[in-house]
Ligand binder design. Structure first.
Ligand code: ADP
Ligand code: ASP
Ligand code: MG
Length: 421
């Protein structure tokens, strides 16, 4: 706790603070005024303030729905032009609210703020940030309101950074302007041992390592976008996750310390909407797996768990999981590749599955964790379909209907409901 309190003691000299406010935190005009008040209060404490804001709650989903109503296959380019409007609405409203409260704010789109990305529309990666304009406006005394989730390519096309991408905008901008503090404000008090909407007795975590946060985020704990955590780890951006609705201390995400290893499981994640593809009777020859996964990669589809059985009779079965929305595309791009692998190769697929993961760096130095997890699920009558592990994570796939119960069972099996002193 001491570590947490002292972690962000900011010097009294002028410091730069980046505050990110997610969709729920700017979900109504009243909440936007609340954010404006918070930003002004921070500036009055003597800091330069950059706010990164998301689209108002539900807006991005609604834009996606509108696109699907006018086209079965909207181009990714136009999708990004559309999606970026959500954040653009919020920056203008937030700047207006600040001005109305007597402050001075300037809104910037991602492009105006110098956020340059590659050209992979809807999942673009930040390649460079030129923060000259942001610094100039801060030095003139403005609060800078930056549109999260968006950037531009070198050629000037609008791009977006993947769902939840405003987290990445905030972390990346904090790195680029060498901010003293990066705060991710959301609708929960911090990172919990599991999604508190699923496990009501989940506990708030005071300090978590980048690696644990990364594994939790990438296995379904959507409180942080995993790419944002990856970026923070790479560039050493310590940040905190906390509530925009109160002043409770949040969760500090930072480098690993020795004492962190004493906790075996830090948290449990749940990922819904998964699908599984199984390719049977793949000739057991070098490069066949590579051909399959090259085809998937060329379509920019992210896959998750991969399991290949021991080859039998010169044939192997390969299974992998992916988001259910990518299933149709995956089948389409795999067809020519599988046809080229021989007549006997067959593909089967199912959706309606979910993944539950237990994460903790303490796993490295404790044995029996997998056994404990499997027996807890077994005792609850929950069948495991696939298993994968990393040094600090154990994941299982199960039927989606049992997912929430599975998360609660695993959470309790590792005593995560007990408050930590
Ligand atoms: P924002 O709009 O602020 O970006 P998100 O909806 O992306 O907020 O993330 C906050 C939500 O993440 C919470 O409301 C909570 O339901 C969910 N969540 C999932 N896993 C966790 C976790 N381990 N700890 C806290 N919240 C979690
Ligand atoms: N508005 C985007 C989304 O809903 C980005 C974000 O909220 O971080 O995914
Ligand atoms: Mg989010």
């Amino acid at each position: 706790m001491q570590e947490f309190c002292s972690a962000f003691r900011i010097s009294t000299a002028l410091s730069i603070i980046v505050q990110k406010y997610g969709g729920t935190s700017v979900g109504t005009t009243e909440r936007i005024r609340n954010v404006a008040n918070r930003l002004l209060a921070t500036q009055r404490e003597g800091h330069q303030v950059v706010a990164v804001v998301s689209a108002m709650a539900g807006v991005t989903d609604n834009l996606l729905k509108l696109a699907s109503e006018v086209s079965n296959s909207p181009t990714d380019r136009e999708m990004d032009v559309l999606l970026a409007t959500g954040e653009q609405t919020t920056i203008a409203l937030t700047a207006m609210a600040i001005d109305d409260l007597g402050g001075s704010a300037i809104s910037l789109t991602g492009a105006q703020a110098g956020i340059e990305t590659d050209g992979v529309h809807t999942k673009a990666r930040i390649s460079n940030i030129s923060p000259t304009e942001v610094h100039r406006l801060l030095n003139e005394g403005h609060i800078v309101i930056l549109a999260g989730f968006q950037g531009r390519t070198a050629e000037g096309r609008i791009t977006t950074l993947g769902r939840g991408g405003s987290d990445l905008s905030a972390i990346a901008m904090a790195a680029a302007i060498n901010a003293d503090l990066c705060q991710i404000f959301t609708d929960v008090d911090g990172v919990y041992t599991c999604d508190p909407r699923v496990v009501p007795d989940a506990q708030k975590i005071d300090v978590i390592s980048y690696d644990e946060m990364l594994e939790m985020a990438s296995s379904g704990s959507k409180v942080m976008q995993s790419r944002a955590v990856e970026f923070a780890k790479k560039f050493g951006v310590r940040f905190e996750v906390r509530s925009s609705l109160n002043d409770n201390p949040g969760t500090l995400v930072t480098h690993e310390t020795m004492s962190m290893e004493s906790v075996v499981i830090r948290g449990v994640s749940l990922e819904r909407d998964q699908a599984k593809v199984t390719i049977e009777d793949v000739p057991d020859k070098p490069a066949n797996a590579s051909k399959i996964f090259q085809a998937i990669a060329s379509a920019n589809i992210n896959i998750d768990m991969i399991v290949q059985n021991v080859s039998w009779d010169g044939k192997a079965d390969i299974s992998f999981t992916l988001h259910k929305n990518d299933l149709a595309k995956a089948k389409e791009v795999l067809k020519p590749t599988l046809d080229g692998l021989g007549n006997e190769v067959s593909l089967s697929a199912m959706d309606g599955i979910a993944k539950v993961s237990a994460v903790g760096i303490g796993m490295r130095s404790h044995s029996g964790v997998a056994a404990q997890l499997f027996s807890a699920l077994g005792e609850a009558g929950i069948n495991i379909q696939m298993i994968t592990t990393s040094e600090i994570k154990i994941s299982v796939t199960i039927v989606e209907a049992e997912a929430e119960e599975a998360a609660r069972v695993v959470h309790r099996a590792f005593d995560l409901h007990q408050p930590r002193g």
